[in-house]
Design a protein around this ligand. Structure first.
Ligand code: HEC
Ligand code: HEC
Length: 432
């Protein structure tokens, strides 16, 4: 459902934000490089960060545009472990099938992402009684099902700034047996360092689906919360995130159970006409989406803990070949006008993970492509519960032992290590 824009001023003025702000602002914001979980990176404007964070945590209602079908009511309802923006217990459901040997996300039944809830009864106009319905489970025709755990967003603004060439260079240098693929992505929203239409290496999500945090935010707002947005790029109206999802229905301008799904039946949410005046060559991202992007762009990496293996675990990590994908590179980017260094332990490339692959892809992908998963960044893993894309385990050894395909050799090296070596490796991982 469509969403009225919410301005920063409105958030600051809202009682909810006011109540939450005092304990959200941390004294060390911008003051040092020794971040606590949930802090902002150096150089971030604390007031703007607190407001953006409040927006990320804001619970949306039907009046705000929630639904018709959705998974949660706020970003932080899922991204909350340890601090706002963190990982979460929510495990999304994806589905699809193979048609003539290639992936089919069943968009005609609401796939590939299942929404768990519907707003139920709603009245688009006085006296018109409608019902959103909910996604049927299992969706008709689905044969492939995958869980997707909520990932943390700490430090992702720095990851967003890693130059494409750096990631492509890592891929070129990898031995053929584990060489990853830099996924090409076309930028949708003109925001931060990006302009619509540019090509960049995708690096976010379990399968590296977006290169830009603003694009991910627009996508999540629509697909997790059912809140559509439009934005402006050089005077052009951007409607990429403006089409409602419907319970097991095609993403067209259809109706829900005989009722219009927004205020203008037959016409999708057209914020440009109603609210975004893109005239005069305006470039502007919808306010909420801009706030989500700002929050994530300035959220610091999770702080490192103590390595109780005294360095031996890192040696073991490298010996077993974990660093082939979970690269130990310290990246440095310029954010907020200053150099910021970080060590995410990922090449942000996708790898064929064999049986660990989740079988989900884009329409037309071969089965081999659906096995590709992004190297999960290991930073902040000490703040995590569920591991792997479907959170099938919280046991690090089990997560390593599930590696297959391009990860099989490293898994075998782990299995062949002595218990003392394995213990050192696990102690090292627990420090990240
Ligand atoms: C219902 C739970 C849920 C809600 C609500 C939700 N997310 Fe997520 N988020 C997830 C899951 C699950 C993933 C992993 C998705 C995937 O890769 O398939 C994710 C991944 C992400 C990522 C990628 C992180 C990475 O590891 O690269 C970003 C960025 C993100 N979400 C931002 C948002 C924003 C902004 C909002 C609010 C508009 C939001 N999310 C709302 C569950 C949620
Ligand atoms: C071929 C590349 C590759 C190699 C080599 C590799 N990994 Fe991974 N690793 C991945 C990918 C891809 C994932 C995400 C898999 C998924 O969940 O589908 C992952 C996930 C993980 C996770 C779970 C992280 C999370 O966020 O849930 C841990 C822990 C892990 N790897 C540790 C290791 C260790 C330790 C080694 C060495 C024994 C290793 N990996 C070797 C690619 C690799």
């Amino acid at each position: 459902m469509k969403r009225a824009t919410l301005t920063l001023a409105a958030i600051l003025a809202s009682p909810l934000a006011a109540a939450g702000c005092s304990d959200l602002i941390d004294d060390s914001v911008g003051a040092s490089d020794n971040f606590a979980l949930g802090d902002a990176i150096a150089g971030t404007n604390a007031t703007q960060f607190a407001a953006a964070k409040a927006n990320f945590g804001l619970t949306e209602t039907q009046q705000d545009g929630l639904g018709p079908i959705f998974n949660e009511r706020s970003c932080s309802a899922c991204h909350s472990n340890g601090a706002i923006g963190g990982a979460g217990q929510n495990i999304e459901r994806r589905y699809g099938t193979l048609t003539n040997g290639v992936f089919n996300g069943l968009a005609n039944t609401g796939g590939s992402l299942r929404q768990l809830f519907g707003i139920g009864g709603f009245n688009p106009s006085p006296g018109v009684n409608c019902n959103s319905g909910t996604d049927a489970n299992p969706a008709p025709g689905a044969t492939i099902f995958a869980g997707r755990m909520t990932t943390p967003t700490f430090g992702l603004g720095l990851v967003e700034l890693i130059p494409d060439g750096t990631l492509q260079g890592i891929a070129s240098a990898q031995p053929a047996s584990i060489r990853g693929i830099a996924v090409d992505n076309v930028i949708q929203l003109t925001s931060g360092p990006f302009s619509r239409g540019q090509h960049h290496v995708a690096r976010f999500g379990w399968k590296a689906v977006h290169a830009s945090l603003a694009d991910f935010a627009g996508d999540a707002y629509l697909n997790e919360m059912g809140i559509t947005t439009t934005s402006c790029a050089n005077g052009q109206v951007i409607r990429d995130f403006a089409t409602e999802n419907r319970a097991n229905r095609a993403p067209t301008n259809a109706v829900i159970n005989g009722c219009p799904d927004d205020l203008a039946p037959g016409v999708d949410d057209d914020f440009a006409a109603e609210e975004n005046n893109c005239a005069g060559g305006l470039t502007e991202v919808q306010d909420d989406v801009a706030n989500f992007a700002f929050f994530m762009r300035n959220l610091a990496p999770a702080p490192r803990g103590v390595d109780n293996s005294n360095g031996r675990g890192l040696t073991e990590f490298n010996r077993e070949g974990c660093n082939g994908c979970h690269v130990t590179t310290t990246f440095t980017v310029t954010a907020n006008g200053r150099g910021q260094s970080f060590q995410p332990f990922s090449d942000f490339l996708v790898h064929d993970m064999g049986t660990l692959g989740d079988g989900i892809g884009n329409d037309g992908d071969s089965v081999a492509v659906t096995r590709r998963m992004r190297t999960a960044p290991l930073w902040g893993i000490r703040f995590r519960n569920g591991l792997l894309h479907d959170a099938r385990t919280s046991d690090k050894s089990a997560a390593i032992q599930a590696h297959d395909g391009q990860g099989a050799a490293a898994r075998n090296a782990f299995n062949g290590a002595t218990s003392a070596q394995r213990n050192d490796l696990l102690l090292f991982l627990s420090s990240l």
